[in-house]
Design a protein around this ligand. Structure first.
Ligand SMILES: NC(=O)C1=CN([C@@H]2O[C@H](COP(=O)(O)OP(=O)(O)OC[C@H]3O[C@@H](n4cnc5c(N)ncnc54)[C@H](O)[C@@H]3O)[C@@H](O)[C@H]2O)C=CC1
Ligand SMILES: CCCCCC(=O)/C=C/[C@H]1[C@H](O)CC(=O)[C@@H]1C/C=C\CCCC(=O)O
Length: 222
């Protein structure tokens, strides 16, 4: 997708990755911000996310990371759907590599992110995308230096079990900067036919396409 003149919303854009994604988009043209003011929506980035595993926080993790992402996607579709007067568009859902591989210190977080990957790739596989003109892509960053990572890391260090294994997981993936992830994000958004793409970005392995699905959805051969 060419970015100049497009209208974009980035949820959770006040800090961390969300702020990086919004700034990255702004650097690519005269990106406009608000549907009411600009009469349409071309890109939604469902970025807002939290990590809480405690009895009083785990439901909020599912609520924001998974349910909020589904609600945001559904709302965006009502503006983007070509068969309902929209002009098509792109939904980018921010998962995590914890949505591709297990994170034993964060089963609820990891479960919510596996949900994001499953939901987004399933939406992309729906033949209806050919009528609606809406594309769905998933971005899976690994450890990235933000407040969320700092908080999670502190919680991990206060936990006495599995520290060696966690340290190895962090060393294997490395800790990347927001700019590293924004670089992958812009490549994903600007790709010509990105429906169904799942991109992982990590310090050690860089940008990897975990999954590329052709524009024309195909039935699964199960
Ligand atoms: N930092 C990391 O290592 C990784 C982060 N991610 C994902 O990237 C996304 C962004 O994370 P970070 O920038 O690291 O976190 P962050 O904590 O630095 O920023 C998250 C932003 O989302 C906002 N937010 C949280 N709940 C919200 C809600 N209900 N409504 C609106 N805004 C809300 C926060 O106020 C904050 O501005 C999240 O979905 C996270 O799960 C994925 C992989 C790795
Ligand atoms: C291995 C356990 C580490 C737990 C502590 C931690 O640093 C968690 C960080 C998460 C942060 O809250 C948001 C994320 O998505 C981070 C986890 C990201 C990737 C985990 C899987 C890494 C991999 O092996 O690719």
């Amino acid at each position: 997708m060419k970015l100049q003149g497009k209208v974009a919303i980035v949820t959770g854009g006040a800090q961390g990755l969300g702020r990086g994604f919004a700034q990255g988009l702004l650097g690519k043209g005269v990106i406009k911000k608000v549907i009411k003011e600009f009469g349409g929506l071309d890109i939604l980035v469902n970025n807002a996310g939290v990590n809480g595993e405690e009895p009083e926080t785990w439901r909020r993790t599912i609520q924001i990371n998974l349910i909020g992402m589904i609600e945001g996607t559904r709302l965006a579709e009502t503006y983007m759907d070509k068969s309902a007067g929209g002009r098509g568009g792109l939904v980018v859902n921010i998962a995590s590599t914890a949505g591709l591989v297990p994170m034993f210190h964060g089963p609820v977080y990891s479960g919510s992110k596996y949900g994001v990957v499953g939901y987004t790739t399933s939406m992309a596989a729906d033949p209806k995308t050919l009528e609606t003109g809406v594309s769905y892509a998933t971005l899976c960053p690994a450890f990235t230096a933000t407040e969320l990572f700092e908080e999670s890391h502190e919680t991990l260090l206060n936990n006495n079990t599995g520290l060696d294994l966690a340290a190895k997981q962090i060393t294997d993936a490395g800790i990347q900067t927001v700019a590293d992830v924004v670089n992958g994000f812009l490549q994903l958004v600007e790709a010509d036919d990105n429906n169904g793409f799942v991109m992982a970005v990590s310090k050690q392995k860089g940008i990897q396409y975990v999954h590329r699905r052709p524009r024309k959805p195909r039935a699964n051969k199960l």
